[in-house]
Design a binder for this molecule. Structure first.
Ligand code: SF4
Ligand code: SF4
Length: 455
């Protein structure tokens, strides 16, 4: 049976062999964690603890009022040592809460004595409002992307009826295998989360979109669906292995034939898309009352002597893990990327905290870099032919270079999903996606300034 896909995009080297089919290992108890107070897309949080406070694992430590906010929780038990600006995984400074571990250590996975978790809640017996409040209180955001609050996604306006919940199981970024691990070893938890989300959103049809390089997991997931016996139907669809198959818009098109309009959202075409890790976190929020305080991620790359999938408390510093657990060859290390190599962000040090949306850390050596100097555009059109959003990257870039911001917007800057396909194929090595990121950031700054009421 032909696998489903979308038009354009790229076949990039997968480079997953170092960690695929490996179990995730829980990191040894960290001596400290550095927890950014803002890990979501929305209004900023404020710390609600002070230096010197004792905190318990699972305790809320930062929050704000407003629809588009979610709290942040202590990922280990200990004492608040500092509250100060630190560089985060987006390479921007932001307020972080530094917690030094209590002597008994920082437990990982499951509920432990002394944890400050919420009581379990039966998602099928509570009201929709209670369920959405639980997801917000657990601090759950999309774990595969920009950190969009999940409780907001699950509560679209009445004029946006939802037909499908789609589980994004593509994991199309090279190197990353953490979702593959989760689907392999925690399939039922993930399906329980998906069934819960379908119930909350009042949806009877669920689709798991799985790239065909992980086809071995299809029967595993189908068995888990049978075991969970969700109220609605959940099917597993194989997708062609192609980048960026895991982009929300491309998943929706491949699986339902629907097209999200320019500037639109999945709910505009009756869809909710969630990453598999996010769905597992939803299940734990109900079953264990557990907030989003740890995540699995892949740590790999040519400068990593011990590539593996790990389970780490939020705020873990990869560079502080013991060498016996995570052996990094600093002499060979040339580039550190938080996330995957296509959409991730290059950071200056390994002492950057793992966040809710950190799906991987790629530690590259010289052989993995594409460090060529930029030359001049030769008008080859490759960037246009490969852009999955059907944009004209060369024109957006020219507009930004000319300082013509209006023209950049007119040619689609805001519709760019920052997938990096254009930069990857450009023979002139023009840093297209990097410029688009800066341009979009500038657009958001202008928007925020215009939204402020005049004094
Ligand atoms: S313009 Fe944006 S969406 Fe298109 S290929 Fe480049 S980065 Fe991807
Ligand atoms: S791929 Fe590079 S060289 Fe070719 S048209 Fe686009 S920007 Fe110019």
């Amino acid at each position: 049976m032909p696998t489903k896909t979308f038009k354009r995009g790229l076949h990039v080297p997968e480079r997953k062999e170092a960690t695929e089919e490996k179990s995730a290992e829980a990191v040894p108890a960290p001596a400290q964690v550095v927890i950014p107070v803002n890990q979501h897309f929305g209004a900023p949080n404020q710390s609600i603890v002070a230096v010197g406070d004792t905190v318990r694992r699972g305790q809320k430590i930062a929050d704000a009022s407003g629809l588009m906010t979610v709290p942040v929780h202590a990922s280990i038990s200990g004492v608040v040592k500092k509250i100060e600006p630190r560089t985060q995984s987006n390479n921007i400074e932001g307020t972080c809460i530094v917690i030094e571990a209590a002597p008994e250590g920082a437990a990982s996975e499951g509920a432990q004595a002394g944890d400050d978790f919420m009581p379990p809640l039966d998602v099928y017996a509570c009201s929709k409002e209670e369920a959405l409040t639980r997801i917000r209180d657990a601090g759950i955001v999309g774990m595969g992307g920009a950190g969009f609050p999940v409780h907001v996604k699950l509560n679209p306006p009445p004029n946006k009826p939802i037909d499908f919940v789609i589980a994004n199981a593509a994991e199309c970024e090279p190197y990353l295998t953490t979702d593959e691990w989760l689907m392999s070893e925690k399939a039922e938890l993930f399906i329980q989360g998906m069934a819960a989300v379908m119930h909350i959103a009042g949806v009877s049809r669920g689709i798991i979109g799985l790239e065909d390089n992980k086809a071995r997991l299809k029967p595993v997931l189908e068995k888990a669906v049978n075991a969970v016996a969700p109220k609605g139907e959940i099917i597993v669809e194989l997708l062609q292995t192609k980048y960026p198959q895991g982009g929300e818009k491309f998943l929706i098109t491949a699986l339902t034939g629907r097209q999200v309009p320019s500037g639109g959202l999945p709910m505009d075409v009756g869809c909710i898309v969630q990453n598999v890790g996010t769905l597992a976190a939803v299940a734990e929020a109900f079953q264990l009352g557990k907030p989003l305080i740890e995540r699995s991620l892949t740590v790999t790359g040519g400068a990593c002597k011990t590539p593996k999938n790990i389970i780490a408390p939020i705020g873990t510093l990869i560079g502080e893990l013991p060498q016996t657990f995570m052996d990094i060859d600093y002499e060979r290390l040339k580039k550190i990327i938080f996330g995957g190599p296509m959409m991730g962000v290059a950071v200056p040090t390994t002492l950057i905290p793992v966040q809710k949306n950190t799906s991987g850390v790629v530690l590259m050596d010289a052989s993995e870099l594409r460090a060529f100097d930029e030359t001049y555009c030769i008008r080859c059109g490759r960037c246009i032919r490969n852009c999955p959003c059907r944009l004209t990257p060369v024109l957006i870039n020219e507009a930004l270079e000319a300082g013509d911001f209006d023209e950049a917007l007119r040619t689609g800057l805001i519709d760019c999903i920052e997938c990096g396909c254009c930069s990857y194929v450009c023979p002139a090595r023009i840093k297209l996606v990097q410029r688009f990121r800066v341009g979009k950031q500038r657009f958001r700054t202008i928007q925020a300034a215009q939204a402020k009421p005049a004094k």
